[in-house]
Design a protein around this ligand. Structure first.
Ligand code: URA
Length: 312
């Protein structure tokens, strides 16, 4: 099939072109030069089929500049309150004294599976901590498990997950190989309703601990709940402003979020479930994914000696 497809973009090989077609992105894609230029220092237009290993983000100490040129809109004038850690612990949380920040992987997963920090504990079949490479280049953050994820205990295994897998494939990435996938919320909200602020606040410490353990090099925030949570926690803007800003205005740039002691590049894009309902926005999503790939490439150029590689 790939050999009969016209190239979607000049720098993509046939496999990636086929992946884009699978993602539902037709070859009428505009060349990147014609796409709105992201506010990030992009690297060369040519990209190798396999993305390079990325340097690890620097620790978020004041003296250390961010790994990516500061392309975020502006530094926050007021650091947002620590959304998650400030949340009062649920009264019937048996692990009220649990220091999530001190947990290793096994203890973290055990805590998530036993979690009673919010009412979602009473509705879940299985908590869904996350899946993938525990020393990843990429961390993909979604919203919350849906029905299929709740059944299987793995994020993004339903229809939205299939689209995510095709998006990853179009980027030359694969679930589990240099990629970790997690959600802001670890338990399914009933009838897939939006997560409540309180639920997000109580669950965010788990995500932050995952980030500390994973030390990813780049974060892709999919959908507004992931974007708002990561950007607020990362001090990129105030929670109030983020809540009022539609996702369409959050995307299209690279933020530097200070998360779990790291200065992490964060790229925001649409959620795959949204794209299933609004396929016209796949074009913008592809632009975001290109921005993320360009950022990865720029990071690699800035520190080519990075040890870890994608897929190891
Ligand atoms: N949507 C999400 O945000 N996460 C999942 O795991 C599945 C669907």
């Amino acid at each position: 099939m790939a050999t009969t497809l016209p190239r979607a973009l000049p720098h993509l090989d046939e496999r990636q072109t086929a992946m884009l077609a699978e993602m539902g992105i037709a070859p009428w894609w505009a060349p990147r030069a014609l796409l709105p230029q992201p506010r990030v220092a992009t690297a060369a237009a040519e990209r190798a089929p396999e993305p390079p290993a990325l340097p690890r983000p620097p620790a978020a100490t004041p003296a250390t500049p961010p790994a990516v040129p500061p392309t975020s809109p502006s530094k926050p004038t007021v650091a947002p309150p620590p959304v998650a850690s400030a949340a009062p612990v649920h009264p019937h949380d048996a692990a009220a004294a649990l220091d999530i920040d001190a947990l290793d992987w096994d203890a973290l997963h055990a805590a998530i599976h036993a979690c009673q920090r919010c009412a979602l504990a009473g509705c879940r079949r299985r908590a869904v901590p996350g899946v993938g490479d525990r020393r990843p280049d990429w961390l993909i953050v979604g919203e919350a498990p849906g029905e299929e994820e709740d059944r299987q205990g793995e994020p993004f295994v339903g229809r939205a997950g299939q689209l995510l897998d095709r998006m990853l494939a179009a980027m030359g990435l694969r679930r589990g190989q240099g990629v970790y996938i997690a959600n802001v919320i670890k338990c399914r909200p009933p009838r897939n309703r939006n997560p409540e602020p309180d639920e997000i606040a109580r669950c965010t410490p788990y995500l932050l601990r995952q980030i500390a353990l994973l030390q990813p090099r780049l974060v892709l925030a999919m959908g507004r709940f992931a974007a708002q949570t990561l950007l607020a926690e990362g001090g990129c803007d105030s929670p109030d402003t983020l809540l009022r800003t539609p996702l369409g205005r959050l995307r299209g740039r690279v933020y530097t979020a200070r998360l779990a002691g790291l200065a992490l590049p964060v790229v925001v894009t649409y959620h795959p479930a949204y794209l299933l309902r609004n396929p016209a926005d796949k074009a913008k999503t592809w632009a975001d994914l290109c921005l993320a790939l360009d950022t990865a490439e720029a990071l690699h150029r800035a520190a080519p000696g990075a040890a870890a590689g994608i897929g190891v």
